[in-house]
Structures are given as structure tokens and as C-alpha cells.
Design a protein around this ligand. Structure first.
Ligand SMILES: NC(=O)c1ccc[n+]([C@@H]2O[C@H](COP(=O)([O-])OP(=O)(O)OC[C@H]3O[C@@H](n4cnc5c(N)ncnc54)[C@H](O)[C@@H]3O)[C@@H](O)[C@H]2O)c1
Length: 389
């Protein structure tokens, strides 16, 4: 069986996500394992061209990982027919123009979310890709997390009966940056630079909800900028203008109610940085990034409210851990698994119909934009199905 190369332009390899999750954990790991296997047995081996603004940083990363090809000239990279895929992990505010240029250059597109800063722009990207017949993929990494894969298994098995509600808790304490450096980039806290937890997290909640629980019919959100002063990468104080917490309620087709708290200003008293509790008529589950616990109807205790007596029952003990059932290799990195899916899709010439495409990305941006509008106007806002660009 033959090994074929697939050229990928990697823009943003110096960033937090671009470097760690996409370059090191995904693309280099795929190269190390000898590529991805296609239907028919051939293998597809990524060949990378790193693009960025800073020659020194690019050269340093290239050398560290034994890569030969890097450039600061995006136009030249896009004009190079040896590279079929354009990948973008830049700051969100830079994405629109680059994706437009890459679509015009005839590339397949793979990109971080959010795909644009406004729904209008995100939809335009989906339309441009459609008109060009371009394959497009948007990072939907949370769907590939072990915890959420276990959740999908539970849903497929019919474990829950009718799903009544979902409560999600996402967040952790992000340092302000003065006496301890912040663990996230400062642009995340400036609205004028594309920051904000709604813009960051609602695109994730959109695909998690629509893929696992159903279409979102309407949204209500309350946002807050709880911490208004932070310190940037150079130790300079700045005004945090973007929302750093969002309290959202999403009503789904079929009646399920999803509540999501997203916050960079909470201290964790959970097992994981994100957890969802799903309550159904026949059973409930609590899932995180990795773990999953269930409580079937038959094993549900019958608490009686009595504040006068200390309740000695340990409610945590009522839950059963869901096993991995995933073989000796276990679950792979979610970003890598989606890269493999996408590359197989392109390599097997399956056409423009990749499920997590720029239209799905646009729905994510729409949820963020609508969430912010809901918060600003103090009302619940309905969402139409958006199945065509
Ligand atoms: N899928 C996820 O779970 C996830 C998590 C975090 C961030 N993200 C997304 O990934 C993207 C990058 O986020 P990050 O946290 O890695 O940010 P980052 O600030 O660490 O990296 C941003 C990259 O953009 C480059 N850049 C910044 N300003 C630029 C400019 N003016 N022109 C050209 N390049 C510029 C930087 O050099 C760097 O390579 C964002 O769109 C973010 O929403 C996704």
C-alpha cells in the first residue's frame, strides 16, 4: 500500500492552541505514527508548512521538531499548490481575512473556533466555501473527549429515557496577572481584541448541545465582567472589557432545558474543569472531560427534606463509574482524532460534505452573538434552524 503526502499550511503554530494541541499533539503525532490510514489501505502523511509573523519563533519551532518548511509570507504559502489544506489557529480577530484568502486560493479549510467575530462574517465564510466547493472543517474537539464519548454511548444505549435537563459547569480561576502571571492570553479579556467567555465558549456549547441533545430553539444569557482590571503578558495593567462569566439557559427542540455556567472567576469544587449533569426519566449521569458516572432509576435514593436532622447519606456513593471500554490504547487526544477524521475525509475525496463545517461553525458564532444580545437586552431570543448557508 502506498503512502501519499498531504500538504498542510499551519498558521498560528506559535500560539497556545496552535502549538500544543494542533502541532505537537495532533499533526506531529500523526506524522510519528506514519500518517492516517485511508479506506483501501493507503496512508496519508501530513507535510507541514508553518506560517507566522515571527521568523525567529518559527525557525526555533521548526528546528525543535525537525521541520524544514516555514515562512512569514502567507500569500506565497497559499499560492503553493503542494499544500492542499489551510489550517488557522490565530487569534480570532485575524481569522476572517485569512480564511477568505485561503478559500479563494482553492484550499481545503480547517480552523479553530470561533470562525469569525460576527455571525454575518461566519455565514459569509460558509457561503464562500460552499460556492467554491471547498471542504471545510471547524474544531469540535469537545465531542472527542473521553467523557463526552462515554456520554454519547449512554445516549445511544437509551440509558436516560427522556432527557429532561442538562446542567453544565465550566470554569476555573484565571489569575489577574499581577502577583501571579495569568494562565490565558490577555486578549481573551478585551472585547476590542475578540475576547470574552461567550465568544470563546458558546461555540463549543453549540456543537455539544446540538450533537448530543438536540437543536437549540432559544437562548437566554446573563453575562458579567466580574474582574475589570487585569495585567497582560508584559506586566502592564489593562481594563478587562470583555465578559469573563456567562450564565446561559438554552431550550431545545423536544423540551430539554440546558443550563451552562461558564466562568473564569470560579474556584473548582468539582472533579474536572467542565462537568455536565444529565437528568433523564430512567437515569442520570455526570460527565467531565474524562470521567463519567451514572445513577439508574432503580438505584436512585429517596431523600426526604428535613433541615432539622443532619443527613448522613453520602450522595456521591450512589453513582457508578462508567468504564473506558476502549482497549489498551485508551482514548486518544480529541484534537488529534478530529484531525484524523478530517484528513481522511479530504484524502478519500469525500467532497465538501464534512459534518463539522463552516456552517456548523457559523451556528456556533450565532449562539455567541445571540447570547450577548440576550444579555444586553435582558430577553430570551429564538434561533431558527440554520441548515443551509
Ligand atoms: N478548541 C479549543 O478548545 C480552544 C481553546 C482555546 C482557544 N481556542 C481558539 O484558538 C485560537 C487561538 O487561541 P490561543 O489561546 O492559542 O491564543 P494565543 O494568543 O496563544 O495564540 C494566537 C496566535 O495568533 C498569532 N497572532 C496574534 N496576533 C496576530 C496578528 N495581529 N496577526 C497575525 N497573527 C497574530 C500569535 O502569534 C499566535 O500564534 C482562538 O481563536 C481561540 O478562540 C480554541
Amino acid at each position: 500500500m502506498a503512502t501519499r503526502r498531504i500538504g498542510i499550511i499551519v498558521n498560528g503554530a506559535t500560539g497556545r492552541m496552535g502549538y500544543r494541541q494542533h502541532l505537537v499533539r495532533s499533526l506531529l503525532a500523526i506524522r510519528e505514527q506514519g500518517g492516517v490510514e485511508l479506506a483501501g489501505g493507503d496512508r496519508l502523511l501530513p507535510e507541514l508548512l508553518l506560517v507566522g509573523r515571527n521568523e525567529e519563533k518559527l525557525a526555533e519551532i521548526a528546528e525543535r521538531h525537525g521541520l524544514q518548511n516555514w515562512t512569514t509570507d502567507l500569500d506565497a504559502a497559499l499560492a503553493d499548490d503542494d499544500y492542499e489544506v489551510y489550517f488557522d489557529a490565530l487569534v480570532t480577530s485575524r481569522r476572517l481575512d485569512n480564511l477568505k484568502q485561503a478559500i479563494a486560493a482553492g484550499k481545503a479549510i480547517y480552523t479553530e473556533k470561533p470562525t469569525a467575530e460576527t455571525f454575518e462574517d461566519a455565514l459569509e465564510l460558509a457561503r464562500l466555501a460552499k460556492a467554491a466547493g471547498a471542504v471545510s472543517g471547524v474544531v469540535h474537539d469537545k465531542l472527542y473527549l473521553p467523557g463526552l464519548l462515554k456520554l454519547r454511548r449512554l445516549i445511544d444505549s437509551g440509558f436516560f429515557g427522556r432527557i429532561l435537563s442538562v446542567r453544565g459547569e465550566f470554569g476555573y480561576w484565571v489569575y489577574e496577572g499581577d502577583w501571579q502571571p495569568a494562565q490565558r492570553p490577555s486578549w481573551n479579556y478585551r472585547a476590542e481584541d475578540g475576547g470574552g467567555i461567550v465568544a470563546d465558549m458558546f461555540p463549543h456549547w453549540n456543537y455539544v448541545i446540538e450533537e448530543l441533545f438536540g437543536r437549540i430553539e432559544d437562548v437566554y444569557a446573563q453575562t458579567a465582567t466580574h474582574i475589570t482590571e487585569r495585567w497582560d503578558e508584559n506586566g502592564e495593567k489593562y481594563t478587562a472589557t470583555a465578559d469573563d462569566a456567562a450564565y446561559g439557559v438554552f431550550r431545545l427542540e423536544g423540551g430539554t432545558v440546558v443550563q451552562m455556567n461558564s466562568s473564569w472567576d470560579v474556584r473548582v469544587h468539582r472533579d474536572e474543569l467542565v462537568e455536565f449533569q444529565i437528568d433523564g426519566t430512567d437515569g442520570s449521569a455526570v460527565v467531565g472531560l474524562h470521567g463519567a458516572w451514572i445513577q439508574p432509576r432503580e438505584a436512585t435514593p429517596k431523600p426526604v427534606w428535613n433541615p432539622d436532622v443532619k443527613d448522613e447519606h453520602n450522595y456521591h456513593d450512589d453513582w457508578i463509574e462508567v468504564p473506558d471500554n476502549q482497549g489498551p490504547a485508551g482514548f486518544d487526544n480529541g484534537f488529534k482524532v478530529q484531525w484524523e477524521d478530517f484528513l481522511r475525509h479530504v484524502g478519500e475525496g469525500r467532497g465538501a460534505e464534512y459534518p463539522y463545517d463552516l456552517l456548523a461553525g457559523a451556528r456556533g458564532v450565532r449562539l455567541a452573538e445571540t447570547g450577548l444580545a440576550s444579555a444586553a437586552e435582558g430577553r430570551r431570543i429564538a434561533l431558527d434552524p440554520l441548515t443551509e448557508a
